[in-house]
Design a protein around this ligand. Sequence first.
Ligand code: OAD
Length: 237
Amino acid sequence: MKRKKIAVLSGAGVSAESGISTFRDSNGLWENHKPEEIATLQAWKNNMDGVLDFYNKRRKELQNVRPNEAHLAIAGLEKDYDVCVITQNIDNLHERAGSSKIIHLHGELTKVRPEQGVYEKDFGLMEVFDIGYAPIVRGDLAPNGKQLRPHVVWFGEAVPNIEKAIETVSATDIFLIVGTSLAVYPAAGLYRYARFDTPIYLIDPKDTVLKDKRMIHIREKAVTGMQTFMKMINESE
Ligand code: OAD
């Protein structure tokens, strides 16, 4: 029998119990930094050192944290389901937990690429390099002689992997959303592509902006929420 498909959309909340700050919770990253001063091409032009420093700190922090039980439970779903993780996170904790199909919507901290023009439509066409947990500084150049920049998507830039994510959500049997405020588009609109009969589970301890008849809100943190989710899907099979 064909295995059922689960698409997982994750946000910063899935990594919170690993010790990584979210963006919009109290004391979150965007409370202590203005996004327009860090995560835009304009910020890169005006304040390259500040932008590099922000991502260098995130990269260093990533080296010292580990996937939590929620990342592991999501990876474990692959025993019984055909799973694709669509993540807004730039950390590599889904990879390190063992998930095998991952779409990074907002890029990856451990990768860099040469700076180019305003919109880079297709990451696939560009040279992307693994940097691991090392810092990048002004003057670090790609082989083409251009300054290296973090391989992340900034506000105002295109989201090259959104088409793949839409295809995945359109074809899924179960849509699981974990730890995201759904404040940033196009990721926040992905649920609209789920089939009319696809259940949408949302794990988040807080109220949500998502209003949809198909939604089942598991109002818990990611680790316990994943246990509840697994019980619910086992009972409904
Ligand atoms: P947010 O900080 O906006 O939202 C985090 C969500 O996680 C909130 O809804 C919290 O209630 C929830 N949360 C907190 N702790 C949790 C826990 N232990 N378990 C489960 N949920 C928990 O982060 P994102 O929605 O991921 O983009 O933000 C989306 C994008 O905005 C990011 O990818 C980033 C940011 O600006 C860019 O930088 C382009």
